[in-house]
Design a binder for this molecule. Structure first.
Ligand code: SF4
Length: 374
């Protein structure tokens, strides 16, 4: 955005009003356009800033599978719980994963039953714990997209180099472009374009998204997280569609480069290998996951620590799958805000602050109450 340099300016009301007006002008007379965001940070920003309510009727924003904790299926969590139940295992994980319900338990519940479950802030913390506790098997839960996978890959390399044989990763990392292919193929969504994930794009760059425009005629904009970034991204999407020239563009130029981050991509290449993977709500998507490659197989928890994983169950009325596919808004789930709340989450989308249901609960309801109160 030219002429906008400081944080306050990215929240400037008069610039926002100008962008909203311009979006309405460009969108006038066009068919309905449906833009999906596939990044949890965008989902939160959209709910918090009330951008949906500012757009013309023919522009619809849909939240997709952008929250890494949310798209991690029950089977992965059940496996983590099975590891945690072994007396010789310590689970290390980022905080959100602890509260995600599995089929019949959660890591939080297991911790209450004396399982050794620790929240860490970096996978390297888990390597350090492994060095301090050589008699235990330390299992780090590798969850997240291309953004977090390089740091986990780097930790695996450190463990291998320092011969920390009791450090393992349960690998649930996912990559975004194959999920976009799956969403594009879902005719029920009728998508016109994507607000593309900024953090993921800072790693992978623009190239992996080009197929959206060249093969499917969809527009894509890699947008930043401030309200003006998102509005500007929506304007860019609308302009591309109104001019009939869908393409992949970068709005978030202060962070994202067309080529991405070559050093992080090198780590991914060295440590991981692509595999078909299961996404909550989207099912198994070809080439959408990362497995630990043969060079580092001794650090792969799945290959080295045997556990029996219980049969998968989901709450019969939970609609997390439909929420993640963009087929249902959180308020349309019968459990939303009645049975399922951030304090007592039934589904994964209510656990992480980046989950669509959690964002809607926190900000969408406040907005609605504000509107009802005039
Ligand atoms: Fe799942 Fe709860 Fe959201 Fe319903 S409200 S879709 S149960 S997270």
């Amino acid at each position: 955005m030219s002429g906008v340099r400081y944080l306050d300016e990215f929240r400037d009301g008069s610039i926002a009003r100008g962008l909203v007006k311009r979006i309405a002008e460009v969108a006038r007379g066009l068919p309905v356009m449906r833009f999906m965001e596939v990044c949890g940070t965008h989902t939160v920003a959209i709910y918090r800033s009330g951008i949906r309510q500012l757009l013309p009727e023919n522009i619809e924003l849909i939240s997709g599978p952008g929250c890494p904790v949310c798209v991690t299926p029950n089977r992965f969590i059940d496996r983590a719980i099975a590891y945690a139940r072994r007396p010789d295992v310590t689970i290390c994980t980022f905080g959100d994963m602890v509260r995600v319900p599995g089929s019949t338990s959660s890591l939080e519940l297991e911790k209450g039953r004396r399982a050794d479950v620790r929240v860490v802030y970096s996978p390297l913390d888990a390597v350090e714990i492994a060095q301090q506790c050589p008699e235990r098997k330390i299992v780090f839960l590798g969850v997240g997209f291309e953004t977090t996978a390089p740091t986990v890959g780097a930790a695996i390399e450190v463990a291998a180099k320092q011969r920390v044989a009791n450090f393992f990763v349960s690998c649930g990392h996912k990559v975004m472009p194959p999920a976009l292919t799956a969403l594009t193929a879902d005719g029920r969504l009728g998508l016109s374009g994507f607000i593309l994930p900024a953090h993921v794009s800072a790693i992978i760059g623009v190239g992996p998204y080009e197929f959206l425009a060249s093969q499917h005629g969809l527009a894509g904009v890699i947008a930043g997280f401030e309200p003006l970034d998102i509005l500007y991204g929506i304007l860019m999407l609308t302009e591309m569609l109104s001019e009939g020239r869908p393409a992949i563009a970068i709005q978030y130029r202060r962070v994202v480069r067309r080529e991405g981050n070559p050093r992080a991509l090198d780590v991914l290449q060295r440590v991981f290998t692509p595999r078909d993977d299961d996404w909550r709500g989207l099912g198994v998507i070809a080439g959408s996951g990362l497995a630990i490659g043969p060079a580092y197989a001794e650090h792969d928890a799945e290959a080295n620590i045997h556990v029996e994983v219980e049969p998968t169950k989901v709450h019969p009325r939970c609609r997390c799958g439909d929420v993640l596919r963009g087929l249902c808004r959180p308020e349309e789930c019968p459990l939303f805000a009645k049975v399922c709340t951030p304090e007592a989450p039934v589904g994964a989308c209510m656990v992480s602050t980046e989950g669509t249901c959690a964002a809607c609960y926190k900000y969408g309801r406040r907005l609605q109450e504000g509107q009802n109160n005039g």
